[in-house]
Write a protein that binds this ligand. Sequence first.
Ligand code: S3P
Length: 429
Amino acid sequence: MKTTLLSINKSRLQGQITIPGDKSISHRSIMFGAIAEGKTTVTNFLTGDDCLSTIACFRKLGVKIELDEEKVIVYGQGLDGLVEPKDILDVGNSGTTIRLMLGILAGRPFFSTLIGDDSIGKRPMTRVTKPLRSLGADIDGRNGGEYTPISVRGGNLEGMEYQLPVASAQVKSSILLAGLQANGKTKVIEPSKTRDHTERMIKHFGGEVEVDGLSITVQGGQALKAADVHVPGDISSAAFFLVAGAIVPNSEIMLKNVGLNPTRTGILDVLEAMGADFEIVNEKESFEPVGDIIIRTSSLKGITIGGDTIPRLIDEIPVIALLATQAEGTTIIKDAEELKVKETNRIDTVVNELKKLGANIEATDDGMIIHGKTTLSGGSVNSHGDHRIGMMLAIAALICKEETTLENQEAISVSYPNFFSHLNRLLHN
Ligand code: S3P
């Protein structure tokens, strides 16, 4: 465990950075490249620890993957090219890796076992193991398939219709990946719209997927064809700098190459509703929309965030809580119970760590209530091994009156390995 001294209240933010590749899309580019036929070249791939775990797992499944500074090349040989792994598949800290891989492995006629780190060992897997069993896969795991280690003996799946009990893109994607290997059609119905990168990827790799409101249907037995992927910047990473730009005095920054998929832009709706001063320029559309965002120091007001907006900003809630400490009035975040089963219980970690810095914040059953505007004092805080908590606290330190130290900052490399170099580039006296 490393303790890091963070910058204190003496800087403004100025300049521009190019946001690194999207984590969700980077994972999927490897997975789809691996199950498609042919050579897939991925550029702007996120080399965070989570996505490297996905590469390591597919190499163990016999897929040749080359990685250098510019690109990743995946030599896919179709689903039948995957081979029974001789070793356990270790997903590290990555929920996306384990849940989506379970969907792929559910359709493969061989035995495999998945494990992860301590955090993964506490995260619920029944949400995927239950529907994958209903499709026909033989799956076991600790506590009846709720926790890792999880073993799968797949194959012989029969398509089905499944109503998701939680709004989760990971669960939806897992079932769709299994559905691509099932007899007949598989239909998933979501309670609210979640990120649709898997649906877009199926089409990008030459497959067919039917989307009708909240229901998504795939036909089993489709062969996917290799397709090059240029990964857009991750709006969930940009979020830390969007908030920093809005709350650090005398700031104006440009965040380049940010993915603007509407299923991910809840943070922009929140910034707008709070009164933040930002604009989107250079918008472009390939298989995912992208653009550059300019944000300036802003006067903010508290708002209520809940309902269908939550899945569109679920990973941004820790840094939105920080933003709310700098808004006049009360911000209520509700309908966000899912935060309890992220890399940490993010209701507890956000509330406890921001309280240590002097925030007026309280936990509720399904979110949190923040009263602003408060001057943050500073102190000793801890990421608890959660990358997004670590980055949120590093941004908080920019506006703290006193010195702030962060324990366990190394977790940040899970999704943003060059976070501190980007932050230092933007900081000016
Ligand atoms: C992800 C979906 C979300 C998100 C996670 C990435 C994905 O999780 O929190 O960081 O890539 O599908 P849930 O599907 O569990 O909400």
